[in-house]
Design a protein around this ligand. Structure first.
Ligand code: MN
Length: 732
């Protein structure tokens, strides 16, 4: 260990002290300076023997905290004194009474608050945010306590690397959980951002490192982009004789990470990694109009997303934040956030409202902070509904009936609200809609039915093999998409129906029946097809089985059944009972009739059954293998009705499957093809998410019975990229 050079340290302490004084030179007078010196001298004396974990003299810490309070929060003399003294009562032999005797009541009260907060933290390992807020309120009659505490925490975070691991984790978590949100609430943006980044750095070092390396690697590229982006703006601003500075600022590592998690995309797919900030030097009279002038110049060059205009100039946030934000589409289809504000607004945005007093009358003292202190108290006392969150959440949407969607090339498309990804595809071109295979919204693969939000950037993936599907009609909202899908489906249907008609002709010929107009009409009625196109389409898709055709022919030859029925029941009366209440229908156009299950054999769905017309009890349903069946059939064959369980394809049930696997090109394609090629399976909804190369799909289907589902699962399992298919019981 190197011997400590006390002389050198003494000099360094003085250097740091002088730097502190310089940072507050514009807001302290002679008397203030004397008081600060007094506090400094006492602090040096009190902490004399102490060292920090870093090995440095302890006094470096109070000086640094005072420096942050003065320079980064904009606090004045009293706060600087308190910051210098903040650890004395806690860590040295000096008492609160000593402080009060030397510095007076005000300073003592603040130090008391700071000491108590420390106490609470040391005793309570875990604290709820709400308790923390209450505690802050009770302990801090003077809000400066909180501000100094934040400065203290920031310096501790900056020097956290020297702490043992378990302490690092505790302090960093506490910071993310309590202090960063607090800084945010108070409008201390640069402190909040630094606390968050440091918090991430110590809680998730690998993540922090990965993102900061990515940022570093893409720095040059970003710089070039920003230079190119700002060039025409700069030119125009100069032409307008505006005094300004313009810079591109990367977003914080913490916020990039948040986006990656919340949108489950990787670094490359975060588009707004930086913001361009234009700061204009204007008088307080001109600043507002100058900002809007700049806005107009920026949007002359780049198309703005009207949904992401934030005007905090006309209506500042409750914490004092003033700025004009817009997000515009750069040349190559990248979103760029542009923040426009005056120098004064920028100071407030960075340092919080304390910076405000600088712009008030010269020579005003820390007392002019009182107004802000009242504001902050209000913010803290009213945690739920506060103006910050309200304005933050408020989505400015001038044209609520429309949404604005961008192509990858940066073109703007206006669609009605509620429009889906597929509507967008059709809005580009009918062929793109009809061949639409998949859609990426903001870089993420989504289902075609995904509802779009204003500002989304949408990329359509097409495939030559894709065919329009009937279920598309269930979710598209634009009339354009609807009519294009319908006519395409009709074309497809016609082709299939042509094949179906030939098929029907052949099959009927086999059963010695000619397909003429009369037969066609009877077929339409029997199979409830509505029209010949529908009928032959069903033949074409194989929906009508051979046995169903045979049954039709048999019934046609057995026209007497109606007579028998009329004899017993009278002429058929239209029944109110709908098919949905019944599970059994009777031959001849699937007639809906009242029936009861026979007690002798109690049929259950799926059993082979027949109906028997009794004289007093109406129709009884028996199993075909009922002990009485032979006797009934033998003696009363004319009373036997063909009965069947309602066509399985009318008894849909909903099943949800969860597919996991490796995200690969064309996987979506394969999955949807397999499902849609599976007869009698309808997709109700698809939710696909891909993250870091993995793929998860939650697909809700309408199937007719379990065997369809099993068949489908077997087919899906054959897809290589799919690693698991599970049936879930929670439906979307
Ligand atoms: Mn401290």
């Amino acid at each position: 260990m190197q011997p400590i050079d006390l002389e050198k340290e003494k000099k360094e302490i003085l250097n740091r002290y002088r730097s502190l004084l310089r940072s507050c030179a514009d807001k302290v007078d002679k008397k203030d300076k004397k008081d600060i010196r007094k506090a400094f001298d006492l602090s040096v004396k009190a902490h004399k023997e102490q060292r920090r974990k870093t090995g440095e003299p302890y006094i470096y810490h109070p000086i640094a905290v005072a420096h942050i309070a003065a320079k980064e929060i904009g606090l004045g003399a009293t706060s600087i004194m308190c910051a210098l003294l903040h650890d004395i009562v806690e860590d040295t032999d000096y008492t609160l009474e000593d402080i009060e005797k030397i510095f007076g009541k005000k300073v003592a009260t603040i130090i008391d608050g700071l000491t108590k907060i420390q106490d609470v933290f040391d005793k309570n390992v875990s604290m709820q945010a709400e308790n923390f807020r209450k505690m802050l309120l009770t302990l801090s009659d003077d809000v400066r306590v909180i501000l100094i505490k934040l400065a203290d925490r920031l310096h501790n975070m900056r020097t956290l690397h020297s702490m043992p691991v378990h302490k690092k984790l505790k302090i960093a978590s506490e910071t993310l959980y309590l202090y960063a949100p607090l800084a945010h609430r108070l409008g201390l943006y640069s402190i909040k951002t630094e606390l968050e980044d440091l918090g991430l750095k110590f809680t998730k070092p690998e993540v922090y490192k990965a993102i900061s390396e990515e940022l570093r690697a893409t720095k040059e590229e970003r710089k070039k982009y920003i230079t190119k982006f700002t060039k025409p703006i700069k030119f125009k601003l100069k032409e307008n004789k505006l005094n300004f500075s313009i810079k591109g600022r990367p977003k914080s590592i913490f916020s990039i990470r948040n986006k990656m998690v919340s949108k489950s995309v990787n670094f490359d797919n975060i588009f707004d990694k930086f913001a361009v900030r234009i700061i204009v030097d204007s008088s307080s009279l001109d600043e507002k109009s100058d900002c809007w002038k700049i806005y107009s110049i920026v949007t002359d060059f780049y198309k703005p997303n009207p949904d992401r205009l934030r005007d905090w100039i006309s209506t500042p946030k409750a914490n004092g934040y003033e700025s004009l934000h817009t997000t515009v589409m750069g040349d190559d289809g990248k979103w760029v956030e542009v923040q426009i504000r005056s120098r004064r607004m920028d100071d407030i945005a960075e340092k919080g409202y304390a910076a405000h007093w600088k712009y008030k009358q010269k020579g005003s003292k820390e007392n002019s902070l009182d107004e802000w202190i009242v504001n902050i108290r209000e913010l803290l006392e009213n945690p739920e509904v506060n103006a910050i969150d309200f304005i933050d959440d408020f989505k400015l949407n001038l044209y609520s009936g429309e949404i604005y969607i961008f192509t990858p090339g940066g073109d703007l498309k206006v669609l009605p609200k509620g429009a889906t990804a597929l509507d967008f595809a059709f809005s580009i071109h009918t062929d793109i809609g009809l061949k639409c295979m998949g859609v990426k919204v903001n870089g993420k693969l989504v289902s075609l039915s995904k509802k779009l939000n204003s500002g989304d950037q949408v990329e359509v993936i097409t495939s030559k093999k894709q065919r329009p599907r009937k279920d598309w009609l269930r979710f598209v909202v634009t009339s354009r998409a609807k009519s294009k899908i319908k006519s395409a489906l009709k074309e497809d249907k016609k082709k299939i129906a042509m094949i179906g008609k030939e098929l029907a002709e052949r099959k009927l010929k086999h059963l010695k029946l000619k397909l003429n107009n009369k037969t066609e009409t009877e077929l339409i009625r029997h199979f409830e097809s509505g029209n010949s196109l529908e009928l032959y389409f069903r033949f074409g898709t194989g929906a009508i089985s051979n046995s169903e055709i045979k049954n039709f022919v048999r019934l046609k030859n057995r026209g007497w059944y109606q007579t028998i029925k009329n004899k017993i029941y009278g002429p058929p009366v239209p029944k109110n009972s709908s098919k949905s209440e019944k599970v059994i229908v009777f031959n001849d156009n699937d007639e809906v009739l009242d029936y009861e299950m026979a007690k002798c054999c109690n049929p259950i769905p799926g059993d082979n059954i027949f109906g028997f017309l009794t004289v007093v009890d109406g129709i009884k349903i028996h199993r075909s293998d009922c002990p009485n069946a032979i006797q009934l059939r033998a003696n009363y064959s004319y009373r036997i009705l063909i009965a069947k369980w309602i066509r399985k394809d009318e008894l849909d049930f909903v099943a949800t499957i969860n597919i996991k696997g490796i995200d690969s090109v064309g996987l979506m394609n394969k999955v949807t093809q397999i499902i849609s090629n599976q007869m009698n399976v309808n997709i109700k909804s698809i939710n696909i998410s891909s993250n870091d190369g993995t793929f998860e799909g939650i697909i809700t289907l309408k199937v007719h019975n379990v065997s369809f589902l099993k068949e489908l699962t077997i087919k899906l399992e054959k897809v290589e990229a799919i690693s698991s298919i599970t049936r879930t019981y929670k439906h979307n």
